[in-house]
Write a new protein. Structure first.
Length: 216
């Protein structure tokens, strides 16, 4: 490999390793048929894979280079396993001379073992027990529910509260009662104010509804 190109690759390797930290190993291999088992000419953070200058390429890289006639393509974002059992996310970029022959390999190996363990723990925390439900359940504000029921009662009568007569208000309040609106704490105060009646009148309307139901 040309010395100027090798120096540039070394500069890039140091920059990548510095950017991504101690879990990021960057390796430069010089492809030479005379020394295939001693291809590493530069390495940053060699502790990631346990290799050093003078060691050889991984089997994945060697398989790609087995036949130069195939013109190996850059191998990006694949997983490898170190002898110590660590999982690496790797990318191998093939450096060619002017004739298109591979003369070097620029490899990035990032140790993702801890991230994979974290991902597993996160998945266990967020995965629901109810496998059939695909959408998250909606968090409901009980006050919004009461407001919606009041709006529905007005829509049922078909006119604004200001234009309702007594029977129409009773009809609306009857709807609220059947819909469970008065199970909400202090809902009677809000309903009475909304319909412009006293709580005593509200209860009398509810009693009249109850009496009508009993007659049926």
């Amino acid at each position: 490999m040309e010395s100027s190109k090798l120096n540039l690759l070394k500069q890039l390797a140091s920059g990548v390793a510095a950017q991504f930290g101690s879990k990021c190993e960057v390796v430069i291999h010089e492809v030479n048929s005379n020394r295939p088992d001693h291809s590493i000419v530069f390495i940053e953070n060699g502790h990631v894979s346990g290799r050093k200058v003078g060691d050889g390429a991984s089997q994945v890289v060697l398989d790609q280079l087995e036949d130069q006639a195939r013109q190996p393509k850059d191998h990006l974002c694949y997983l490898t396993r170190t002898p110590a059992g660590r999982i690496l996310k790797s990318s191998s970029l093939y450096i060619r001379n002017r004739s298109g022959v591979v003369t070097g390999i620029f490899c990035i190996n990032y140790d993702v073992t801890d991230l994979m363990l974290m991902q597993q723990q996160i998945n266990e925390m967020v995965e629901p027990r109810d496998k059939e439900r695909k959408e998250p359940e909606k968090l409901i504000n009980i006050n919004d529910v009461l407001n919606d029921l009041i709006d529905q009662s007005v829509a049922l009568v078909g006119k604004p509260v200001a234009l309702m007569n007594k029977d129409e208000k009773i009809r609306a309040i009857h709807f609220l009662n059947k819909s469970g609106a008065f199970l909400v704490t202090k809902s009677s105060d809000k309903v009475a104010r909304y319909f412009g009646i006293s709580k005593y009148t509200l209860y009398s309307y509810l009693d009249s509804n109850k009496q009508q139901e009993e007659k049926k």
